[in-house]
Design a protein around this ligand. Structure first.
Ligand SMILES: [Zn+2]
Length: 140
């Protein structure tokens, strides 16, 4: 049953959106300042990657640990309650992610996943971002 008005729903959706955007912005700013040119949210590629780097045919995704089921991550752990509700949801997201990666590969694109926990704190981000840049630079 859908009891949310369209206005309320889009309010919620944009809140979700801007939450994702903080991590995205961090990555984008870093890449840009290191000379990596990208496009964002290219709808013609599988999974609508968050960041696309055409020069390397690379699609970058910034995944929320919970929704995408990050392995060995405290934030990726399933809740103990209502497991029967969450488990299939997260499993479906994970198999969707795998399918997207296959589709990208078929089109000749590579993908790079950055997990939200890798950007959550300044310390984490300052480890992750140079690592990501190295990975990209070694792709030529
Ligand atoms: Zn994580």
């Amino acid at each position: 049953m859908d009891t949310l008005s369209p206005g309320k729903r889009s309010q919620i959706m944009s809140a979700v959106r801007s939450k994702n955007t903080r991590a995205e912005l961090l990555v984008r700013r870093y890449l840009w300042s290191h000379g990596i040119r990208y496009r964002i949210h290219r709808k013609d590629l599988p999974g609508k990657p968050d960041i696309v780097i055409p020069r390397y045919k690379l699609a970058v995704f910034i995944h929320g640990c919970f929704w995408h089921g990050h392995d060995n991550c405290i934030r990726g752990r399933l809740p103990k309650s209502r497991l029967e509700y969450w488990k299939p949801k997260i499993e479906a997201n994970r198999s969707r992610d795998r399918r997207i990666e296959e589709e990208l590969n078929e089109k000749g694109w590579r993908q790079l996943v950055i997990w939200e926990c890798q950007l959550r704190t300044q310390k984490a981000a300052s480890n992750t971002l140079p690592m990501v840049l190295n990975q990209i630079m070694s792709m030529c």
